[in-house]
Design a binder for this molecule. Structure first.
Ligand code: DGL
Length: 270
């Protein structure tokens, strides 16, 4: 048994997709979340910068004595997987669990992938999918403008900006007949209603944050590292820029207010 919190990080709000699932699966676990809102987006930056940011994010969580780290960020998981394997606590990224879920879900062998520019450039999801099922037909499209849409909360099903943007980005994936779509950036599940509306209800959307939270729960169970506490788990949220915008969108997404639990931190101060 291990009563220390689970650490989760992302460049901003997207990693809350993993937090929401963790809170459902493991209601007695404490969670420490870091959203690097002062430096979002990561996906348009160079490999070197993303790797440096990932190392700093992990350090911030380790300083808060976490027992396990989820890089709930497709970009970090794709560009800096080796950083996750060199930490003093177990850590996982989103690529492998998401690819496994998509390979199992597809019926026609056609899978679409959307993610940030850095994620799509890295071809991480393709490699992971083809390692499981070499016969798959894959269409990958970068959707960098989805990230600021989500960070600004333009996510409602009738949003007049989001709808044409989703249509434009998904044109090729739709034309190629994918029956399964990997939401390879953890921000993207917040756009699920619009994406599903565009592709139709027959297309299965694979939420990378959700799949990774499931894997984390399974790993903690296997290794006997779940909390021994029977009280409800507490979640704390740290951000690297003003907390207000984060709290507002987080509330819509998590379905409860987080305002009292959000704190601004500086990455250069422990
Ligand atoms: N949520 C992130 C991801 O999964 C990053 C978005 C960004 O910062 O560009 O890729």
């Amino acid at each position: 048994m291990d009563n220390r919190p689970i650490g989760v990080f992302d460049s901003g709000l997207g990693g809350l997709t993993a937090v929401r699932r963790l809170q459902e699966l493991l209601p007695h676990e404490d969670i420490v979340y870091f959203g690097d809102t002062g430096r979002v987006p990561y996906g348009t930056r160079s490999r070197e910068t993303i790797r440096r940011y990932a190392g700093e994010d992990c350090r911030l969580l380790l300083d808060r004595d976490v027992k396990f780290i989820i890089a709930a960020c497709g970009t970090v998981s794709s560009v800096a997987p080796d950083i996750l394997t060199s930490l003093p606590v177990p850590a996982i990224g989103v690529v492998e669990p998401t690819a496994a879920a998509a390979a199992a879900a597809t019926r026609n062998g056609r899978v679409g992938i959307i993610g940030t520019a850095a994620t799509i450039r890295s071809a991480s999801f393709e490699r992971a999918l083809l390692a499981i099922r070499p016969d798959l037909h894959i269409t990958a499209t970068p959707c960098p403008l989805f990230v600021p849409l989500v960070e600004n909360g333009w996510i409602s099903q009738d949003d007049p900006v989001a709808i044409p943007m989703v249509r434009r980005y998904l044109t090729q994936i739709k034309a190629d007949g994918a029956d399964t779509l990997i939401l390879g950036c953890t921000h993207f599940p917040l756009l699920t209603p619009i994406i599903q509306q565009e592709l139709g209800s027959d297309v299965t959307l694979i939420d990378s944050g959700y799949e990774t939270a499931r894997l984390c729960a399974a790993r903690l169970r296997e290794t006997g590292q779940l909390s021994a506490d029977s009280r409800p788990g507490q979640s704390r949220y740290y951000v690297s820029d003003q907390p207000e915008g984060f709290s507002q969108v987080a509330e819509i997404f998590l379905g409860h207010s987080v305002e009292q639990q959000v704190e601004m931190v500086r990455l250069d101060q422990p």
